[in-house]
Structure formats: structure tokens, C-alpha cells
Design a protein around this ligand. Structure first.
Ligand SMILES: Cc1cc2nc3c(=O)[nH]c(=O)nc-3n(C[C@H](O)[C@H](O)[C@H](O)COP(=O)(O)O)c2cc1C
Length: 203
């Protein structure tokens, strides 16, 4: 016996529940942007991953608000063409959650969460001083998926790491120092503290 679902007959909510519970763990991007007036915004996105190294492309899956208006992140990237992906460590997990609350446009979630904005080097959006790593991105392409979703791809143009997170000679990122968290289904998150090594067999 197995349990099966016809995705073509499920509701949007049912598909969402199955997908976010099954495609796990999903990394969390705490995305910082600025609007056309230079006001800072921050929000978490777990429909997120890196898709290519040449060119170096990250992708975000951004929903619209229920009334179909753009989330502030989507609006700001549309207006400024840049964004910064900050990796979420366990130490800033609660602050990330504060940034996920529905604040009105123009409210700086970093201030609400007690996080520190540092000026971007190549982009107008700031990076978060407390994040273990941050990628400054220029919008590469936006895919409109249906009427309420966008996949926003950004090209990484600059990277920041906190001291100790990356070996500057070998470019090895230390997962223990990064201490990233990930999202599972529902409200459950996980750490990356249980790890093992696997070598690809040599043929
Ligand atoms: C851990 C976490 C992951 C989230 N992932 C997404 C996501 O992938 N896509 C999305 O549209 N919203 C996601 N959200 C919800 C947004 O963060 C939320 O709607 C936020 O208020 C948007 O803020 P903004 O209007 O400032 O852009 C997530 C929230 C949390 C807490």
C-alpha cells in the first residue's frame, strides 16, 4: 500500500503543505532590500537555493500578498534591481522570525529585530553584521509563475563572511561556524549540527 496524491486535483494549500514538508531541509535566506526611497526591508524566504556557479545564481520564490500586491521584498527588488541574501545562523533564528512578521511597507525589520545593517559594497541593499555570511546580488532574471508567484534570480557580485567562517586560502566554509538553520514543514526548523562525510566512489 502507498499513499498517493494527484497534484492536478489538490488545492494550492494542499500542494504547499506536501511540498514544504517533503522538500527538506530548505535553507533560509534573510533577504535585505531597500525601496526607492532608500528605506531598509528584511524578510525570510525558504523557497531559496543556489542554482548555478557560472554565472553565480541564487533563486528566491516570492509569493504575492493575499490581495495580490507585491510583498515589500518583491516590490523593492523590482524597483532597485538588487538584494542581499543573509544566511541565518541559529544565533539569529529568533531575529529572523521577527523579520517574517507583516510590518507595513517602510518599517525597517532589522531595527525591530535588533539586527545591524552594514552598507553594501556593490549594491544599495545592506548586509546584516550578525549573519555568518551574506551575498550581495544583482537581479538577473525574474520568472513570473502564474498570477501570484515570482522566481527572482540574482547574480552574486560580492560575499561577506564573519571571521572564522571561511578559510581564506582554501575557500572552505566551516559548517560548524556557519551554523545555518533550515526550514522543515509547518513551523519546524532544524540545525545542521548532525553531519557525516561521504566520498563519491572512484570508478
Ligand atoms: C522561515 C520563513 C520562511 C519563509 N519563506 C517564504 C518564501 O519562501 N516565500 C514567501 O513568499 N514568503 C516566505 N515567508 C513569509 C515572508 O517572510 C513574509 O510574508 C514576510 O512578511 C514578507 O515580508 P516583506 O513584505 O517585507 O517582503 C517565510 C517566512 C518564514 C518565517
Amino acid at each position: 500500500m502507498s499513499i498517493c496524491f494527484d497534484f492536478e486535483t489538490l488545492s494550492e494549500r494542499e500542494r504547499y503543505k506536501l511540498m514544504i514538508g517533503t522538500v527538506v531541509p530548505r535553507p533560509i535566506a534573510l533577504v535585505t532590500t531597500v525601496d526607492e526611497h532608500g528605506r531598509v526591508n528584511a524578510a525570510p524566504f525558504s523557497f531559496f537555493n543556489c542554482l548555478s556557479a557560472d554565472p553565480p545564481i541564487l533563486a528566491l520564490g516570492v509569493e504575492n500578498n493575499p490581495d495580490m500586491s507585491f510583498k515589500d521584498t518583491g516590490h523593492n527588488i523590482r524597483m532597485t534591481e538588487v538584494f542581499t541574501v543573509n544566511i541565518v545562523s541559529f544565533a539569529i533564528a529568533e531575529a529572523m522570525h521577527v523579520c517574517g512578521s507583516k510590518y507595513p511597507r517602510g518599517v525597517d525589520e532589522l531595527k525591530e529585530a535588533g539586527l545591524t545593517a552594514k552598507p553594501g559594497v556593490k549594491v544599495a541593499s545592506p548586509y546584516i553584521a550578525e549573519a555568518p555570511a551574506a551575498f550581495e546580488c544583482k537581479r538577473h532574471v525574474t520568472l513570473e509563475l502564474g498570477k501570484s508567484r515570482q522566481i527572482i534570480m540574482g547574480e552574486i557580485v560580492y560575499a561577506h563572511y564573519r571571521d572564522g567562517v571561511v578559510d581564506p586560502e582554501r575557500l572552505r566554509v566551516d559548517p560548524a561556524q556557519l551554523d545555518a538553520i533550515a526550514r522543515l514543514g509547518g513551523d519546524t526548523c532544524s540545525t545542521i549540527r548532525d553531519r557525516f562525510e561521504m566520498l563519491t566512489p572512484k570508478l
